[in-house]
Design a binder for this molecule. Structure first.
Ligand SMILES: Cc1ncc(C[n+]2csc(CCOP(=O)(O)OP(=O)(O)O)c2C)c(N)n1
Length: 845
């Protein structure tokens, strides 16, 4: 039914409304901060209303004679306008279905909505005063008697959580912070004998591993040795302080030994023993010794560049004269991660030393076949970085060359790249048949053995005798033998440690407490975007290690959520990054593991596909793989969802790809209150949290408490009480479910609506409790159903509470196709309240 018959009647009502609004100081004060002209075009009466908020005193006018420039235009029918003012419009769905078409500075205009909240109380008064009481009555809803027959004679109903996958919750502790140890800043002068001793130790260590592997004594199929490359390790890493950071690769034993790792615990790690540096959870490719500034070897080729970049950010931020070193092979420079890191360390001017250990092969492929530019140091010029190439088999040349570079870096804080030429004697991994090179080639390179080179030089100069060399070699071997004895006698890790160190210890209070029923004083109106902005702002105020970076965030970001933060906290803490999603997240992980608390923004969640490695392999795994040595307090914020006509690569519901990843917490709030409280908990957490925001919900306004509060991670929120059916949803689906619940209520069916709020860990108990009362379960989500959030909800309830169900659960989700562009097709993807109501109705019949 059209509420207004004539244009005159409509214009009179809205004019009266705006007269009253603009005479209400409370509202005028609230909207005065948003200086814009908004044009409302009403399609059915072809008339335009302008609200001019640019001047000191806001005013309105209809259909001006002259052309007026405006910031934003809202196109809608008079009926939609009426529903809006009657608070009977689901705004996200209205925008998605183009009942309201918004053009121009929409995010700015949407900020007016919370400020206008008190105006909603004015509209019914205007209608009444103008004799249109009839419009105040919502269409009569027939109260039907429920026709649910299953309630009698139901079975005794119980549920058990024991059958569900165990979530390793033992990380909750009273304290929130682990003490960070700072190492020594001393770097001793290194004598030639010490070079020799270190190189001999590396060789003895790896020769032992080669033998142990061939005898089947190591619990691995893949061990990568650096025999022949020892001068790189000793020459670079003996230059480093404990407070300098080192990231290295799958072939990192030598680097790690040279930076001073505990040899016994390192060997125990490679033997997979409980005394291993990483409790037997990392192994050869992931050895880490946090106490010595060794942030870890890494099984992902190229990942170390990004982690080192983030560690360099920490050093710069803390104004230290330390450096962050990354060592990686020639093959790794063809990874996108190398290029993103090179650009970012240069753009941000970070003290990162990139060492490329060129052993001529990337796995089985010779550098001539894998690199367009084989003189890798020249690539650095493209990033405006100083670089050089040195003989990587001459330990003294490496040491001296690197020493000079580091000396400059400690002074100017700028990045550098050094390429070191060397050769690996063993296969890519032990057992490699080495079909890609000849014995002659190997023999010719072995002539450049770094250990023999140094020994001969020392003998020639007379600084050492043969027997002294023998003594050094013997001592190195003895040290390695002691490490082997230690490793062999160490216990295997206890099975109960399987679930330890999945997460870092966190303050219990971040996971406990309840969602409040908001009423009374101490509340204010805010949109979700404002609530998120406040959460970030308050947490940055609270802790100066919190910083934010992402594409265009200093300007407020694409959806304007970060607006104003740069003015308050400066460009050192609100940082625009290059368009480098791997760099944004990988760098943030590196910064987090060295003491910062980054909030990284990914412009559209679809682009999470461009940074899967730093999220899944680094952020979510490194706490575990290092046996609890690293802590990664990282928050990743990103908008998702469809409804704005940007097709399948900017509209997906990405949350299903990330929930259920051990080590990661996944949050997806549906209103302003939840968004602010959960984001603050996420930022305070010591763990990586992926925080999904819905684009269409940014403007949704609701009440939030004034000031500081946090809400419990891992807890679902009951948003509506009912006893007939349980509807479980998240993000946009919550509003849809609530609207469906209203439709059902008019028919006598009362729904319990649960907002999951945190997707992982999932709060199964709250759902079970509800289903134990209702007996019916419906899940509603915007994404597709296979492998979706609803699938997991249903699986859990069926497993843990099958007896509770009186009918098969219902899963409401998008059709199994990508999100199309055409408006009508895109709208068909979103579950509507009517559809949800219809499915519930059928289920209860
Ligand atoms: C992202 C990724 N791709 C592929 C691999 C498999 N892989 C492991 S080591 C390696 C070769 C790396 O060559 P390079 O960087 O030159 O180091 P090197 O092995 O010579 O020390 C490859 C392809 C991997 N671990 N990670």
């Amino acid at each position: 039914m059209k509420p207004f018959e004539t244009k005159d009647e409509f214009v009179t009502v809205l004019s009266e409304l705006w007269d009253r609004i603009l005479n209400t100081p409370e509202i005028v004060n609230a909207v005065s901060g948003v200086k814009i002209i908004t044009k409302f075009h009403f399609t059915d009466f072809d008339t335009d209303l302008y609200i001019d908020n640019r001047e000191e005193a806001p005013r309105y006018y209809w259909d001006p004679d002259e052309k007026v420039s405006f910031d934003v235009e809202m196109i809608q029918s008079s009926e939609t306008s009426h529903k809006f003012w009657m608070e009977d419009l689901n705004i996200p769905l209205a925008i998605a279905s183009r009942k309201v078409i918004a053009k121009g500075s929409v995010q700015k205009a949407l900020k007016l909505i919370p400020a206008l909240k008190p105006a909603f109380a004015v509209y019914p008064v205007v209608l009444k005063d103008m004799g249109r009481d009839d419009l105040l009555q919502k269409p009569a809803k027939r109260k039907k008697k429920r026709r649910i027959s299953f309630f009698k004679g139901r079975k005794k109903r119980h549920y058990s959580l024991d059958v569900l996958p165990e979530f390793p919750m033992e990380f909750l502790e009273e304290k929130s912070q682990e003490e960070r140890k700072r190492g020594s800043k001393d770097v001793k002068e290194v004598s030639d004998s010490e070079f020799l001793r270190t190189m001999c130790k590396i060789r003895a260590f790896e020769e032992h591993l080669s033998g142990a592997f061939s005898k089947g004594n190591l619990p691995t199929e893949a061990i990568h040795l650096s025999i022949g490359q020892e001068a790189v390790a000793a020459g670079v890493c003996m230059n480093l302080r404990e407070t300098d950071y080192l990231n290295t690769t799958h072939r990192g034993h030598g680097h790690i030994i040279s930076k001073g790792a505990d040899l016994k615990r390192m060997m125990a790690e490679i033997y997979g023993k409980s005394d291993g540096l990483c409790e037997g959870k990392g192994g050869s490719m992931h050895v880490t010794d946090g106490n010595k500034g060794i942030l870890g070897a890494n099984g992902i080729v190229g990942a170390g560049y990004l982690l080192a970049m983030g560690a360099g950010f920490t050093i710069k931020n803390e104004k230290r004269d330390d450096i962050s070193v990354v060592i990686a092979g020639d093959g790794s420079v063809n990874q996108g991660m190398f290029h993103e890191a090179m650009n970012m360390i240069s753009v941000f001017g970070l003290p990162v030393l990139v060492v490329v250990e060129n052993n001529l092969y990337g796995e089985f492929t010779h550098i001539d076949n894998h690199s367009a530019v084989t003189e890798i140091y020249k690539r650095a010029h493209a990033y405006n970085l100083e670089s050089q190439r040195l003989d990587g088999n001459d330990v003294k040349q490496v040491y001296e060359g690197i020493r000079k570079v580091i000396e400059k870096m400690r002074k100017d804080g700028r990045p550098r790249l050094v390429e070191l030429m060397t050769y690996r004697w063993h296969g890519h991994m032990e057992g490699d048949p080495e079909l890609y090179r000849t014995d002659d080639e190997k023999a010719s390179y072995k002539k450049g053995d770094p250990i023999s080179l140094l020994k001969n030089e020392m003998l020639k100069s007379g600084e050492i005798e043969e027997d002294e060399i023998g003594q050094i070699e013997k001592e190195a071997e003895e040290e390695v033998n002691e490490a082997v004895d230690f490793a062999e006698s160490s216990d295997l890790p206890k099975p109960r440690t399987l679930l330890t160190n999945v997460y870092s210890p966190d303050d219990k209070s971040l996971y406990q407490g309840e969602y409040e029923r908001l009423s009374g004083d101490g509340l204010k109106q805010a949109s979700i975007a404002q609530a998120i902005n406040e959460a970030i702002s308050e947490e940055m105020e609270r802790d100066d290690r919190v910083f934010m970076w992402g594409e265009d965030v200093a300007l407020g970001g694409y959806f304007n959520v970060a607006e104003g933060l740069v003015d308050r906290f400066g460009k050192e803490r609100v940082i625009d990054t290059p368009i480098s999603e791997n760099g944004i997240i990988g760098g943030a992980v590196g910064a987090a593991m060295t003491g910062m608390r980054p909030i990284a923004e990914i412009l559209f969640s679809d682009f999470l596909t461009c940074c899967m490695d730093p999220i899944l392999n680094q952020a979510a795994k490194l706490r575990y793989m290092t046996g609890g040595q690293l802590t990664i307090p990282l928050t990743i914020r990103t908008p998702l969802g469809s409804g704005i006509g940007v097709a399948a690569q900017h509209s997906q519901s990405m949350e299903k790809y990330f929930f259920g990843i051990p080590g990661l917490i996944v949050v997806a709030p549906s209103d302003a209150y939840t968004a602010k409280g959960l984001l603050k908990s996420a930022i305070r957490s010591e763990n990586p949290v992926l925080f999904f925001e819905h684009k269409l919900l940014y403007a949704n306004a609701g009440k939030i408490p004034v000031g500081d509060y946090t809400l419990p991670l891992g807890k679902a929120r009951k948003v509506r009480e009912g006893q007939d059916v349980t509807i479980v949803s998240h993000l946009l689906g919550v509003g849809v479910s609530l609207d469906a619940a209203d439709i059902l209520a008019s028919e006598g069916i009362n729904a319990d609506v649960i907002d999951l709020a945190t997707l992982y860990p999932m709060d199964t108990r709250t759902i079970l409790e509800s289903v134990s009362r209702t007996g019916y379960l419906v899940t509603v989500e915007e994404g597709t159903s296979t492998g979706g959030i609803g699938s997991e909800v249903i699986a859990r309830i069926v497993l843990a509470g099958f007896d509770l169900l009186r009918a098969a659960p219902i899963r409401i989700a998008a059709p199994e196709c990508p999100i199309p562009y055409a408006r009508n097709l895109e709208n068909a993807m979103l579950p509507s309240p009517e559809l949800v109501a219809e499915k519930v109705r059928k289920a209860l019949m």
